[in-house]
Design a binder for this molecule. Sequence first.
Ligand SMILES: [Zn+2]
Length: 633
Amino acid sequence: MRRIAPLVFLWFSCIALVAQTSTKPSIRVDVDATDPGRNFFHSKLTMPVSPGPLTLAYPEWIPGNHRPSGPIVNMTGLHIEGGGHAIEWRRDLKEMYAIHLQVPAGLSEITVSLDQITNTGVAGGSGASASENVLDVNWNQLVLYPASANSDDVQMKASIHLPDGWKFGTALSVAAQNGSSVEFEPVSLTTLVDSPLIAGSHYKLIELTGAGESPKHVIDLVGESDNAINMSANDIAAYKKLVAETGALFGARHYRQYHILLTLSDDVGGRGLEHHESSDNGPGEKALTDPSTHLVNAGLIPHEFTHSWNGKYRRPAGLTTRNYQEPMTGDLLWVYEGLTEYLGNVLTARTGLWTSKQYQESLAATAAALDYRAGRSWRSLGDTAVSVQLLRLAPSGWQNWRRSLDYYPEGELIWLEVDTRIRQLTNNQRSLDDFCKKFHGGQSGPPQVVPYNFNDLVRTLNEVAPYDWAALLNERVNSIQPHAPMGGIEQGGWRLVYNDTPNDLIKATEGVAKMANFTYSLGFWVNQEGGNFGDVIVGSPAFKAGIGPGMKLIAVNGRKWSSAGLNAALVAARNSKQPIELTVENAHRFKMYSIDYHDGPRHPHLERVADKPDLLGEILKSRTPSSGTTRSF
Ligand SMILES: [Zn+2]
């Protein structure tokens, strides 16, 4: 993470950089990860110090999480020593992530030992960091550093001791390896935290670029079994195409090499976390082998890879902080995440990981979900971005009224609207692809960060196609909008419709998440196991009848509830004047609820508007040949 200065200051910055090099603290961090089954990692830091007061910091604001999610509660066993003696430490009374100590006279080096418990909440994900077969090391949970330092200026020399026989993947360069002990080349603290490592007893490496091509792209896979990491030839071809398509889209790459780190485990992962030169993807053990899990997670890697350009290289100024203690501001997350969601899903279609039909089903599901967000009546999209610190951990109950991290999916709709508007304004001669080349392209090279603000965004859009982008984006983001923005779908030549044919993506999600979705008919979804109402849409037929999240569905029209039975009741109610009777348990009491609903099952889909050009179809077309070299610039 190297911030670049305006050109006129660049020379002076270089001088400053050279001057700083000699004074950069150089910390050694040795990690013992030989006890993965118990999720107990040991870290020993050796750092240069000067006598006097010293404050050390444990990383709090984690990049990609956009919030103070550093798992400080799991940092245990802290011991600090110097010159053979223990050094006392005190936690700051207000800043829980700050540790104060007094370095005795004559000392020039201390050692800090800590044990990190990683069974939960490791880096914004809810899963553990390790199992008996795999581990996923995020270095932010294993280091302390001088609290006042800029993370670019702290040099780290890292090593890790892995379980015997395990293999690993990381964007870090190996300096030396002796069996299961690996030493890495020195990097800044910024780069170390930005370079997770996965390892496992089942490991596979897939090269995505040909011999001699630069930069190199690989997939490192670890999983719970050899079968779990067995990627199909179709997927491998699609990820090779992803490399080519991103080249065609952005026109430059801001990394020296790129590692797609893929962990196939139901115990470890459950998230995607972006980095400059790698991404940490954990879509579950069956993501390569079960068709529904594959379909639902197809967009994960394109999304996280896109972040190398949108989020890591170009980053909102409010998310560009000097170290991990400085608070972040999330007001432009509808660009950081929303544009990534849009481009990631478009790339999922352009690479063939999704068919065009699957993309349309996904888009229909997204548009419908947002249109049924009752909380649109009181909360702007922009407030969901600003509130990331609050909303990330919010429960699902009343989600439609509270709103959620809507800047992801609604950002997708907004950027589709921008893309189709550019195409309309330029007679389809220009598109968001041109914006991406201007905004995210530039000169290829090692990672750097180029911060931006709202005006930079608007200026670049105007260079592509003059329009009042500021007014459009401000309205979409900052005003109360009772309905989801459908402009992109409509300008794209399609419309959102509901019928009784299940939506492919929603159906797959129901299977993977073990839930049944009746959001667009009765107005709720329930857990398949247990029948608990996950959410009930405010204003829906079920809401009007008195049902709320947390209650439990017992029976439908007097018969024990099932998803198929409830669907059959919806169909039957179409030709009946009788209400649908639900037996519901709430706080150990049973009650009957009558829902006067007769419109049958409703599932969202996109439908072509015959007299409009199919711009959406144009957007989804591959930009690269179906075979041949992955080099595109
Ligand atoms: Zn993202």
